[in-house]
Design a protein around this ligand. Structure first.
Ligand code: 13P
Length: 254
């Protein structure tokens, strides 16, 4: 059974005091997670020690980073290596978010390097893919996303790919309030799984969690997560509101 995951991406939001308070509110909402469910909180790097300390001892709740550098160490001013995150207890790292691709010019080949760097130290990449509006309007989203996956991930072995979490986030749905319909999400998630099945076999593909991201909120999470190939969500704006994110966690499949 692949994991069902509610992942929060706080992006570049909240003061330390606000982060502290949101973590407290989330902890107070008392989630009963099954062994098949996980909650992942990708907080700004500077709040990671705070989050790790607050979530200490909570099972199936993990702190994540929003990015890392592809090298293990060196003269890269301002950057953070995957191993540094691991050394403070963070073993999940979002890679290739569309905002990093767009504003920081992250290419598929760079993301291939980052993915390997994260896997090499035994951590879990949460690899983002997804098409812009122009591609969706041209109805070529499947081949666009397939190319993102092939270019960045197909150098991985079967043992490695099962350790990667995929987040499909159509750019036109991010922060727009316009979510993909559950049918649209299911259709492309099934396609993504078929891409992995063709390369690695169905058994491997069936083990890969594929999250949906893009304007997920309490009101639509259950409908989207109920789709057979949607294994939870990567949530931006709604993850900054404790009651919203708590409801999103509760919408996960058991
Ligand atoms: P929103 O949930 O704010 O649309 O953001 C989605 C996202 O980019 C999560 O990584």
């Amino acid at each position: 059974m692949r994991k069902q995951i509610a992942a929060a991406n706080w992006k570049m939001n909240l003061s330390h005091q606000e982060a502290d308070s949101l973590l407290d509110q989330l902890l107070a909402s008392q989630h009963h997670l099954s062994s098949n469910q996980a909650v992942i909180l990708a907080v700004p790097a500077i709040y990671i020690p705070l989050a790790v300390q607050k979530l200490n001892g909570k099972s199936n709740i993990f702190v994540a980073a929003q990015n890392c550098h592809q090298k293990s160490n060196g003269a890269y001013t301002g950057e953070i290596a995957a191993s540094m995150y691991a050394s403070v207890g963070v073993h999940h790292i979002i890679l290739g978010h569309s905002e990093r691709r767009e504003f920081f010019a992250e290419s598929d080949s760079l993301l291939a390097e980052k993915t390997e760097a994260v896997l090499a130290i035994g951590s879990t990449p949460i690899f983002c893919c997804g098409e812009p509006l122009s591609i969706r309007e041209a109805e070529t989203q499947n081949s666009f996303v397939e190319a993102q996956l092939k270019n960045a991930l197909f150098q991985l072995s079967a043992d490695q790919i099962v350790k990667v979490v995929i987040a499909y986030e159509p750019i036109w749905a991010i922060g727009s309030g316009k979510t993909a319909t559950s049918e649209q999400a299911q259709e492309i998630h099934a396609y993504i799984r078929s891409v992995f099945a063709a390369k690695y076999g169905q058994n491997i593909a069936d083990q890969i969690s594929i999250l949906y991201g893009g304007s997920v909120k309490a009101a639509n999470a259950k409908e989207i997560f109920s789709q057979p190939d949607v294994d939870g969500g990567l949530v931006g704006g709604a993850s900054l509101i404790a009651t919203e994110f708590a409801a999103i966690i509760n919408a996960l499949k058991p």
